[in-house]
Ligand binder design. Structure first.
Ligand code: PAF
Length: 282
């Protein structure tokens, strides 16, 4: 396994693999790796000859300076986890390496990127598309792996890849949860012991809403989740939306689509947590 910091070294390293007709898989990450990332890495190692994992906290996708500053950085532990999983290359560039000059490109995948996170984190997905498109350009992977926890991000990256990188296959991987249900996130590290307990209300409410949805209409199910979060004084709901799983637009009834997902963002203290649940997928 090699840790590579420059685009030049990455390109020359990958060139030999490409000439030897090896399939290349990319797992883009911002580090602070947990079992959720590990599941992406394992899938990539299983399916591709060469696995590249990028570890880069991308400043252009943070619309809040404090969030960027407090984002956990655990590079040594990350290298250990990736070594254990037989990753071929860790690409860990500096900000200057990836952005030698200001990236002024604008990505517009409206209405996918204007709803939900797009509303509350203006510019976030533009930054994600900037860094991910750079990584796709530099690595030229055959496959790239992303988690379904960032449901909206995955939909936008699929759209971007279909337009700009048509030969690349995007692989979505299921959410990995703690035994008690909490969706794994690098941000969980920032929860206090009490916060960790409160945060459990999010997945519990989502799971309970799937049961509730069996016998109730969509609007009542929506209310069930909103009320469930509001009942916990230590949580603050930013949004909950029940959307079509492909267009990400709100649906009003269970009959409106064959693929229906509930997407939620909740503040637990100052920690912003996101999760989602599938209500229907035919
Ligand atoms: O999902 C993430 O961790 C990031 O948004 C990504 C895709 C690595 C881009 O920085």
């Amino acid at each position: 396994m090699k840790v590579i910091n420059t685009i030049k070294d990455l390109s020359s390293e990958l060139e030999s693999f490409r000439k030897a007709n090896k399939s290349i898989g990319l797992v883009p990450t911002m580090g602070a790796l947990h079992a959720g990332h590990e599941s992406l890495v394992k899938k990539c190692v299983e399916e591709c000859d060469i696995t590249v994992v990028s570890v880069f906290v991308n400043p252009t996708q943070f619309n809040n300076v404090a969030d960027l500053q407090t984002y956990p950085r655990t590079f040594e532990a990350d290298v250990e986890l990736l070594t254990k999983n037989n990753v071929s290359i860790i690409f860990a560039p500096t900000v200057e390496e990836l952005y030698p000059e200001k990236d002024t490109r604008r990505f517009n995948y409206s209405p996918l990127d204007t709803v939900m996170e797009g509303q509350f984190r203006p510019g976030h997905f533009n930054g994600v598309c900037q860094v991910v498109s750079k990584l796709f350009d530099f690595v030229k992977p055959d496959f790239a792996f992303f988690g379904e926890k960032d449901f909206q991000q995955l939909a936008i990256i699929r759209k971007m890849a279909s337009e700009l990188f048509p030969s690349l296959t995007i692989v979505g991987c299921p959410i990995v949860r703690e035994a008690d249900g909490l969706a794994l996130s690098s941000r969980n590290m920032r929860l206090s012991d009490q916060g960790r307990k409160e945060a459990l209300t999010i997945s519990k409410t989502l799971f309970a809403s799937v049961e509730y949805a069996v016998k109730n209409n969509l609007l009542d199910t929506y209310k069930f989740v909103v009320d469930g979060i509001a009942a916990n004084n230590n949580l603050e709901l930013e949004y909950f939306e029940i959307v079509d799983g492909l267009t990400l637009q709100k649906v009003k009834s269970w009959e409106d689509s064959n693929y229906i997902v509930g997407c939620i963002t909740v503040y637990c203290g100052d920690v912003r947590l996101i999760d989602n649940i599938t209500y229907k997928k035919n």
